[in-house]
Design a protein around this ligand. Structure first.
Ligand code: ADP
Ligand code: ADP
Length: 226
């Protein structure tokens, strides 16, 4: 079974200005271990689609399931890496990475070691005792990724994770992060307006167009380009 399955999702926003068809008959699935990107210009429905898959808003029509279970509300099966890192400024990087597990009451010795291992894998082994304010933007994003991976989500959502970074840092992170996620066979869904970023990181790119939000094409990236 696919990790994510979106079946004929249509979404209409209604407000005082009228109705907007934000998504029109979207169907897609993400297989286990696959890295898929959703790419398209502002207004094509990326945020709406992610919010629907995440169970934050119910679609006007259609269905979403994660690992075969219908999505009816927010789920802990998803881990997030967002544009902002949301690290706690008064906690060390090490504490930031384990805090999610601690809150969930799942912080065993084994998980703590796994979390530290993730920090090393992401090049932050030397920075574990530092505080977020002492790190660069790229390092903080890597710490945020380590934190979400430490909770072992079934799928990772990356929503414009690099949009606040400079170009060089962004290229480095695209590389490091796609290799880390591929090595771990982590099922991932990236949302971006940057087609180059999508191609560099994904196994498959789904292109959306606006007014109304529709899937325009799908590109499978050959493994020899990875
Ligand atoms: P992005 O392009 O980065 O996804 P947007 O600027 O399109 O962000 O939207 C930012 C926020 O404003 C989102 O939470 C979205 O739901 C909301 N939003 C976007 N368009 C409208 C609109 N026409 N009316 C009300 N809220 C909107
Ligand atoms: P993207 O993330 O690709 O920029 P969105 O999902 O934010 O696209 O928006 C898709 C369409 O839905 C746009 O036309 C946007 O203006 C509209 N929209 C988004 N959020 C709202 C909202 N809360 N109310 C009304 N219209 C919205």
């Amino acid at each position: 079974i696919p990790v994510v399955e979106v079946k004929d999702v249509t979404h209409v926003y209604v407000n005082e200005k009228g109705a907007t068809l934000a998504l029109d008959q979207i169907a897609l699935s993400v297989r286990s271990g696959e890295f898929v990107s959703l790419v398209g210009p502002s207004g094509c429905g990326k945020t709406t689609l992610l919010s629907i898959i995440a169970g934050l808003i119910p679609p006007t029509e259609g269905e979403v399931s994660i690992l075969g279970q219908p999505v009816t509300g927010p789920t802990s099966k998803i881990g997030y890496m967002l544009q902002q890192d949301f690290l706690f400024p008064w906690r060390s990087i090490r504490e930031n990475v384990t805090i999610g597990l601690e809150i969930m009451g799942k912080l065993t010795r084994e998980k703590k070691e796994f979390a530290l291992h993730l920090l090393e894998e992401l090049g932050l082994g030397q920075s574990a005792a530092k505080y977020p304010g002492e790190l660069s933007g790229g390092m903080r994003q890597r710490a945020a990724l380590a934190r979400t991976l430490a909770t072992e989500p079934d799928i990772l959502f990356l929503d414009e994770p690099f949009s606040s970074l400079d170009f060089q840092t962004k290229l480095q992170l695209e590389n490091l992060i796609s290799h880390t996620l591929k090595a771990r066979r982590k099922t991932s869904l990236l949302v971006t307006h940057d087609i180059a970023e999508a191609i560099a990181m994904s196994d498959r790119v789904i292109v959306l167009a606006p007014n109304p939000g529709r899937i325009k094409s799908e590109i499978t990236i050959p493994a020899y380009l990875a």
